[in-house]
Design a protein around this ligand. Structure first.
Ligand code: SF4
Length: 344
């Protein structure tokens, strides 16, 4: 029987072969589940010629239980709450894109998070564990099925939900590969983004291994002193080393690294912060994404409009790389960046 706690393409194929299946049968199975969203083992045999022994084994894998769906009346973001086999809650966000009918999915990679970012609800969760690759993929499959039922098409995935993806490196990469594989979900590699708060050894490993998914690095702030307040665990590594790893990645890929910057009123949006960002980034090919903080506790507030405008003007003077403002939707249903907490 396949072990649902540690599902990955390699072991998946190996186990399927042990069960007597060839690669073609496995591809048909992935096509049925990931491509078509058909979860009835009887239908796999009928329509996809998946061998009975294989479909029986895969069919016993426990799925995530979709417990609740909340839709934002403001911007139509949807938050899905799942329960794992060991009764832990995790959340996933279905994100409407600008193109009509298009959507992407924000995936969780862990229950809880050990990185302790002070503005993040996930950091305050008491239960923590890594999610299996299959549990990550199943979030995408069920969100995709929900979107289909609404006449929408999911074309991407972002690993920006609960948890630090690079603390669950192998399973996150296995899940991303499963989403990418052409006989499964067939999501384009460039439509999959993996985010980290700045784990340098894992960024370098990711660069060395040559993955084609997009990389996003969440900075928090441009100086070590401010990072120590906002992203304390990640700040144990000097921000200059994080940027050096980003530069190695950008140059190896010949592509811009996305730098996510959570904007917080009176905290990291002053002239000094813009200047520090400019000095830190230099000529490294990045795209700086500005995101308003969302903190339901009220401790951290987004910048006031004039404060944000002054910050953007300062960035224009100090940063010689593209700067964009990214919308963090679903704030009214606590589905925005930093608000996922799997509350029961
Ligand atoms: S912001 Fe991301 S890395 Fe930081 S605590 Fe929250 S989930 Fe973890």
């Amino acid at each position: 029987m396949l072990d649902p706690r540690d599902q990955a393409p390699g072991p998946f194929l190996a186990e399927a072969r042990r069960l007597g299946a060839d690669d073609l049968a496995v591809r048909r199975l992935l096509s049925a589940i990931l491509g078509q969203g058909i979860h009835d083992p009887a239908a796999w045999g009928r329509s996809f010629q998946v061998p009975r022994r294989l479909s029986d084994a895969i069919g016993t894998l426990p799925r995530l239980r979709l417990d609740r769906v909340v839709t934002s009346p403001r911007d139509l973001f949807q938050k899905l709450r799942f329960l794992t086999g060991d009764d832990l809650a995790l959340e996933t966000v279905l994100i409407p894109l600008h193109r009509p009918g298009a959507a992407s999915v924000c995936l969780s990679s862990q229950v809880g998070c050990a990185m302790g970012c002070t503005f993040c609800a996930t950091a305050r969760m008491t239960t923590r564990r890594n999610l299996a690759a299959w549990e990550i993929v199943d979030q995408w499959v069920q969100a995709r099925d929900l979107a289909r039922s609404q006449g929408r098409r999911v074309s991407g995935a972002v690993f920006m939900g609960m948890g630090e993806p690079f603390l669950n490196y192998d399973r996150v990469l296995a899940a991303a590969e499963l989403l990418r594989c052409p006989y499964g979900a067939a999501v384009g590699a460039k439509s999959i983004t993996i985010s980290t708060v700045g784990l340098v050894p894992e960024i370098d490993r990711y660069t060395t291994e040559g993955h084609r998914f997009r990389l996003a690095i969440s900075l928090g702030a441009a100086t070590d002193a401010k990072r120590a307040r906002l992203v304390p665990v990640a700040a144990r590594t000097p921000v200059a080393q994080v940027m050096a790893a980003a530069r190695r990645h950008a140059l190896a890929r010949r592509d811009r690294v996305m730098l996510a910057y959570v904007c917080i009123r009176d905290e990291n949006v002053g002239e000094d912060d813009a200047r520090a960002l400019g000095e830190l980034i230099g000529d490294t090919p990045v795209r700086l994404d500005l995101i308003d903080v969302t903190d339901p506790t009220g401790r951290f507030l987004p910048p006031a409009p004039d404060e944000l405008k002054a910050f953007r003007d300062a960035l224009t003077r100090h940063v010689g790389q593209p700067v964009v403002r990214r919308y963090s939707g679903g704030a009214d249903i606590q589905a925005a960046c930093g608000t996922l907490a799997g509350e029961r």
